[in-house]
Every structure is written in C-alpha cells, then in structure tokens.
Design a protein around this ligand. Structure first.
Ligand SMILES: [Zn+2]
Length: 116
C-alpha cells in the first residue's frame, strides 16, 4: 500500500470522527426539540441532509485495506452507507480479489481526484 497516500487511523482521526458524530447527534437532538412536534417533515429532511453529508464526508476521507490481498480501495457513498461497520473495520467486497472480508479503515492523506 502507498504510505504517502494513506495512513492508519490515529488518535487524532478518532477525535475528528467523534467530533463529527457529536455535531451530528447534537443537530438531531436540538432540531427534534424545536421541530419534531409540528414540523416533523422538516425534521426528517434535516436528518436526511445531515446523514448524506456525513456519508459523503466519510467516503471522501477514508479508504479500506483488504486483509486477504493487501489492496487499498475506496468505496462508493452508497456502499459506504449500507455496509456493516466495526470499530475500525468495515465489511466490504474487495475489488482486488473479489472476496468479502472485514477490511481495515485507512485515512486518505490528501483529497485525491476520483477517476470515475
Ligand atoms: Zn482483496
């Protein structure tokens, strides 16, 4: 794997991730207090919007390392959203060897241009 492009999840990455999650939960709780009773449809839209942002952020900033063949790959936002998560692992199908496995989550150092 390319050490210049990816790194393993560090304590500061966990800190950043937990901050994002904290903001996410705070937005849900605060908006539910003000909106849930009368404007529940608006509340659902806000939650959906924040959830999409969270998934886009995660898909852009993290890659996955296959434990079987060592290939590092990125996944689509949809796959990132629907695939099961471990603590720092994710159950994905590797495009290199085609097998499903618990992949290791890696942080992308720089935002790379997606060639899709
Ligand atoms: Zn593989």
């Amino acid at each position: 794997m390319d050490k210049n492009k990816y790194w393993e999840i560090t304590r500061s990455d966990w800190y950043g991730t937990s901050q994002v999650l904290f903001v996410f939960i705070a937005v849900i709780m605060i908006s539910s207090v003000f909106l849930l009773a009368r404007y529940w449809y608006l509340w659902i839209m806000i939650i959906a919007g924040v959830l999409v942002l969270l998934v886009v952020w995660h898909a852009k900033n993290f890659s996955y390392l296959c434990p079987r063949c060592g290939k590092v790959f990125e996944v689509s936002k949809l796959e990132d959203f629907i695939s099961p998560n471990g603590v720092n692992k994710k159950y994905l199908r590797c495009p290199g060897c085609g097998k499903r496995a618990w992949t290791e989550v890696l942080r992308i150092k720089e935002k790379t241009v997606h060639k899709k």
